[in-house]
Design a protein around this ligand. Structure first.
Ligand code: MN
Length: 714
């Protein structure tokens, strides 16, 4: 068991000024509060936090991290509280311990490959201080080193989780030695036979391989020295799990993996690197297509190196990486290189660059003044657009940032989305447009007959939810348009004593559909409902010619008579369509000349609104049609205007005179005076159109003491 004095020594070796008192106090507190607790190994519990603290000093972390490491299990396993820790060790230490505790409490249902990536990201996204993850990794490493004391079932579960989640996480953070050790221990528990096999083979061939490496290294160094190239050559050794992975991935046996020797040559300058590769190729025959120049073409994560594979002195393959010292630092520190190189799964350029950058930041962590800010930026940089959420079963779902329970529901299943009526987040009811946050447990409440709402389109974030909602609405609208279209066609046909059903049965309807460019009779009827074709157009294709000659007097005139408050002659034209039933929106009272749109209503033809009318704006675009005013009109239309003026004798007479001179009739007027000596007048006048009204307003405005004249709508 490591002693606290060793830990203190290591800290002051890196950082002579370090606050050792904090570490000592954490040690004493941890010893006292864990007192009496025993690990499965029989050792006092304190040995665990001590070892974890020891591992943290190997990462060259400072007193805050080490103190938090000594205390990392106190919140979970003892009666210590956040208040206790904050009071004794300050907010930072307490906060880190709390973060580690939170991660320990995450209950992943499974660590299957599909989930592993999300879980790793979630852990990174949840820790608000990078030291939380470093402590968690050291915690896991010590637990793995002492895994033999757990029962077999737990050994398997913990080893699998380590292999899936924590080893790659260590890799991602660039802590290669933790990654390989975690992998080898997990490998030993998960594949004991394979592990033993490889361990035996390696042991058997150790001597032989070492001799090979030494002799090749000597050849390299001699040749470089002859060419006056100062260099450092080193053999690279593979860890057991790495060998196993390569055997599995490439479907080869141990010899083939193990026989490949790997070297790294480190030089001072870039020209030296190219010179060195030339020398290597002159000594040994290079294997075609295995030379890669990552110096002139760096990998997205900034990795730079020359790679070549040659046939060595004994006919074995020798892989050689050649690079400068600076490039070597990037290669070691930028774990991205490793991540991408060996673990090709789920990697893209964006994350590659982000991880290289993260690795650098981790290295510099001990120099960072504000770890909060650091972690915030890590999160922003790494996963700016994602949240990680739990299902009630413990699965992790990855959704875009600000995703809502509706997105979550559709991510589970289309039916869950369609029937979603509410959601619980961490047990509390939330609105459907609630923005979900990483780490939350989301439960969707469904009801079998529930329908998706169009409003959802205003807040859903995923393409999947959006398209499913649209799809559903479209289907609903078609259903609706069919009903409406049938109603409209039937109404027109009945005026000629014909019946839609008869035409449907006789397939005449289908023929009419083809004539009008529709595939089926239903498509045509839906087209009527959508307002793309008028029922009269349909009738013309169905009725005998003789029936139709009185069309103008019968259908059109009757339709037009129904236009409320209008004379028989309507001055509105529907673009591209024949006469249709037209009404004017009471909300905005459009005048000829105003920009207008039409809205196809259920069974009542078209309602005309000003294009800027709020009702028009909220209309379903599918039901909106373009309208034009007929070129000439003798009709007059009522409109209300508001006049604000100073309250003076005779002013009302001046205004009414101006209106009359403008050839507009006053249908109604009301006047009220206000306390501030101003008067408000409301007139309903009849005008022929927008231009006419404009002129009337202009002349009223010219009157002295009139402050403001405006047209009223809605
Ligand atoms: Mn622990």
């Amino acid at each position: 068991m490591i002693r606290i004095t060793d830990i203190l020594d290591r800290i002051s070796a890196c950082e002579p000024e370090a606050d050792l008192d904090l570490v000592e106090r954490a040690y004493i507190y941890s010893a006292r509060i864990h007192e009496g607790q025993v690990r499965l190994s029989g050792e006092p519990y304190l040995s665990h936090p001590l070892e974890v603290a020891g591992l943290l000093t190997e990462l060259k972390l400072g007193p805050t991290s080490v103190a938090a490491g000594l205390l990392h299990d106190t919140l979970e396993d003892t009666k210590a509280t956040m208040e206790d820790l904050t009071g004794l060790f300050g907010e930072t230490v307490a906060h880190i311990v709390e973060g580690v505790t939170k991660l320990s409490r995450l209950a992943f249902r499974s660590s299957e490959a599909r989930q592993a990536e999300s879980i790793r990201k979630m852990i990174l996204a949840m820790a608000d201080d990078i030291r939380v993850i470093l402590i968690k990794l050291c915690d896991r490493l010590h637990n793995m080193r002492t895994l033999q004391f757990q029962n077999e079932k737990k050994q398997i579960r913990i080893a699998q989780e380590t292999l899936d989640i924590y080893a790659p996480l260590a890799g991602r953070l660039g802590i290669h030695w933790i990654k390989t050790e975690l992998e080898d221990i997990a490998f030993m528990y998960l594949f004991p036979h394979e592990y033993r096999e490889i361990a035996n083979q390696v042991a058997k061939r150790k001597q032989e391989q070492q001799e090979q490496i030494d002799s090749i290294k000597k050849i390299i160094e001699t040749n470089m020295a002859d060419a006056n190239l100062p260099c450092k050559a080193e053999g690279r050794y593979k860890h057991f799990y790495g060998i196993y992975q390569k055997m599995m991935k490439q479907g080869v046996d141990f010899e083939e993996v193990y026989d490949i020797l790997a070297f790294r040559i480190i030089l001072d300058t870039v020209p030296q690197c190219y010179q060195a590769v030339g020398i290597i190729h002159s000594i040994w025959k290079p294997i075609a297509k295995r030379f890669k120049d990552f110096i002139s073409m760096p990998k997205p994560n900034m990795y730079q190196s020359l790679h070549t594979t040659v046939i060595g002195p004994l006919g074995e393959r020798v892989e050689i990486q050649i690079r400068t010292k600076r490039m070597d630092r990037v290669a070691r520190h930028g774990i991205a290189a490793h991540w991408q190189y060996k673990e090709k799964t789920g990697f893209d350029e964006k994350t590659g660059a982000a991880f290289a950058w993260l690795r650098k930041l981790v290295e510099e962590q001990k120099n960072l003044k504000d770890p909060d800010e650091f972690m915030e930026s890590v999160r922003m940089e790494l996963f700016p657009d994602e949240v990680y959420l739990f299902t009630p079963r413990g699965d992790v779902l990855t959704l875009p940032k600000a995703a809502t329970p509706v997105d979550f529901a559709y991510a589970i299943h289309s039916e869950v989305g369609n029937q979603c009526t509410g959601a619980k987040v961490d047990g509390r009811m939330v609105p459907l447009k609630y923005e979900l946050k990483t780490g939350q447990r989301v439960e969707i409440i469904t009801s079998p007959h529930h329908q998706p709402s169009k409003d959802w389109l205003n807040f859903v974030k995923t393409a999947r939810a959006r398209s499913r909602v649209r799809q559903h609405i479209k289907a609903e609208e078609r259903k609706w348009s069919l009903v409406l279209g049938r109603e409209m066609c039937d109404k027109v046909l009945r005026k000629y004593n014909a019946s839609l059903n008869k035409y449907l049965k006789s397939h005449d309807m289908e023929k009419a559909a083809h004539d009008l460019g529709y595939k089926t009779a239903d498509d045509l009827i839906a087209g009527v409902g959508y307002g793309k074709v008028t029922p009269l157009q349909v009738a013309r294709h169905l009725l005998p010619k003789s029936e139709l000659k009185n069309e103008k007097e019968t259908v059109v005139s009757r339709l037009k008579q129904r236009i409320r408050g209008r004379k028989a002659k309507s001055s509105i034209l529907v673009k591209g369509l024949d006469d249709v039933l037209v009404r004017f929106g009471k909300c905005c009272s459009p005048l000829p000349g105003d920009p207008v749109v039409g809205y196809i209503t259920r069974g009542q033809g078209v309602t005309v609104h000003l294009t800027r009318c709020p009702h028009a704006l909220s209309m379903d675009p599918e039901r909106r049609i373009e309208l034009q005013w007929a070129p000439e009109t003798e009709e007059v239309y009522p409109v209300r205007i508001h006049v604000l003026c100073h309250d003076r004798m005779g002013l009302l007479a001046n205004i009414t005179a101006a209106i009359s001179e403008g050839e507009a009739n006053i249908l109604d007027a009301s006047v009220s005076t206000r306390a501030d000596k101003r008067a408000e007048c409301f007139f309903t006048i009849s005008v022929s159109g927008a231009d006419h009204l404009e002129n009337v307003i202009k002349s009223v405005k010219k009157i002295r003491h009139v402050i403001k004249v405006s047209r009223l709508s809605a």
